[in-house]
Ligand binder design. Sequence first.
Ligand code: CA
Length: 160
Amino acid sequence: MNRAATKRAHRDVGAFARVLLACAALSACGKSTQATDGAAGDTTGGASVAGTLTLPGSAQGASYFVRLAIGVSTVTAPVAETTGTTTGTTSLAYEIRDVPSGTYFLLGFVDVDASGGTASTPGDYAGWYGHNGDGNPPAAANVVVPDTGTVRYDFALVLR
Ligand SMILES: [Ca+2]
């Protein structure tokens, strides 16, 4: 191999490595937006529930949770949940992993005034999936979770 060919080969290796990196990044991004398909490579137990909460305000640095519960009264002991901190945007993506299959109530809650607890105080954002505009829970459980894969539930919270 002459010097020019060696140089070219090195360049090619660099390009190949960059392509590999791009693919890795893309597949990682795509994972959370998969529809229900029992995606291969999902090594966790249960399914994922993911979606976007639309908030009625732009509270920043407030604690939030999104919970799945068997009943409205048992939301204090949820089957599964995710928690985090708001970033000031009114669109909040969430994902709850390792959820056993079943039919659940789904509650999104942002503790805007940092008062703690699970009961909303004036100024907090809250809402159950399927509420009729008032944020209150629906009459029956309405979030269906399969054995594997990801199901999406987008909903809006209301100002308490
Ligand atoms: Ca509060």
